[in-house]
Design a protein around this ligand. Structure first.
Ligand code: Z5A
Ligand code: MG
Length: 221
């Protein structure tokens, strides 16, 4: 593929359940397109691939898998798409990603399995493209519950969500290189969107000084 004069940005949106990630990603895609950028929106897990189908069965409680096995499948699901992300970025397309390696590490580590630490959980992420910007949509549990409460999928319970919340803070403390910005997602939708757009536009404008796309390194917790 021919190298584009200017690369696209890798923008990740993370957060707890019901923080508004998917709706905000769609809104950001539309806004950036209106501004004339080439944009793609992808989400993890990508349930459409063969690996993604195994993940979907697991999340819906249709199959049982060892904690490490499902963890590695979530990571494999990112690795199988990593090359196309890099190609799009090299071709000048900005890629917006709904959940990424941070979710991957914290949801698995939140299971408190003695052989599945946060550090272990991060290892298969090493070498994946590192975001130029990661927006963490922060929301209080009570506020999230007002948006529909928990669904029927695995992990959608209070114990799991509160562990996940703490682990997100830990991973952002030890893995700061992905330009992480925390936004209050408990506000009205348009107020959150404005902040997201501002951060994304600013990141795209700074790409020349950011330099080439980087890759995730190891963490020490
Ligand atoms: N998981 C994992 O274990 N390992 C991994 O590597 C990865 C994921 C990648 C499924 O993820 C599970 O997989 C997830 C983590 C785990 N488990 N949990 N929990 P998913 O991303 O497929 O889950 P989802 O169901 O699409 O996302 P979500 O987190 O539940 O929702 P969201 O995308 O953050 O929110 P939304 O769908 O945009 O909005 C929710 C509702 O709130 C909707 O009705 C909106 O209209 C409303 N909303 C949004 N913003 C607002 C504001 N500001 N005010 C009021 N209402 C709002
Ligand atoms: Mg979503």
């Amino acid at each position: 593929m021919a190298a584009h004069s200017r690369r696209g940005a890798l923008i990740v949106v993370e957060g707890l359940d019901r923080a508004g990630k998917s709706s905000q990603c769609e809104s950001l895609r539309d806004k950036l397109q209106e501004l004339g950028h080439s944009v793609k929106y992808i989400r993890f897990p990508d349930r459409t691939t063969p690996i993604g189908k195994l993940i979907d069965d697991y999340l819906r409680g249709q199959s049982q898998l060892d904690d490490h096995s499902i963890h590695l499948l979530f990571s494999a699901n990112r690795w199988e798409i990593a090359r196309s992300i890099e190609e799009d970025i090299a071709a000048g397309i900005t890629v917006i990603v709904d959940r990424y390696s941070y979710s991957g590490a914290v949801y698995s580590a939140a299971k408190s399995n003695p052989t599945l630490s946060l550090e272990w959980a991060w290892m298969p992420e090493i070498g994946l493209p590192q975001p130029d910007l990661c927006l963490f949509l922060s929301i209080a549990p009570g506020e999230a519950a007002k948006r529909g409460g928990f669904g029927a999928e695995r992990y959608e319970n209070e114990t799991m969500q509160s562990r996940v919340r703490e682990l997100f803070q830990t991973i952002f403390r030890v893995q700061q290189s992905g330009n992480i910005q925390v936004l209050d997602a408990g506000r009205a939708f348009p107020d959150v969107s404005i902040d997201i757009e501002k951060s994304a536009v600013d990141c795209i404008a700074r790409l020349d000084s950011i330099g080439p796309l980087k890759r995730f390194a190891s963490i020490a917790v």
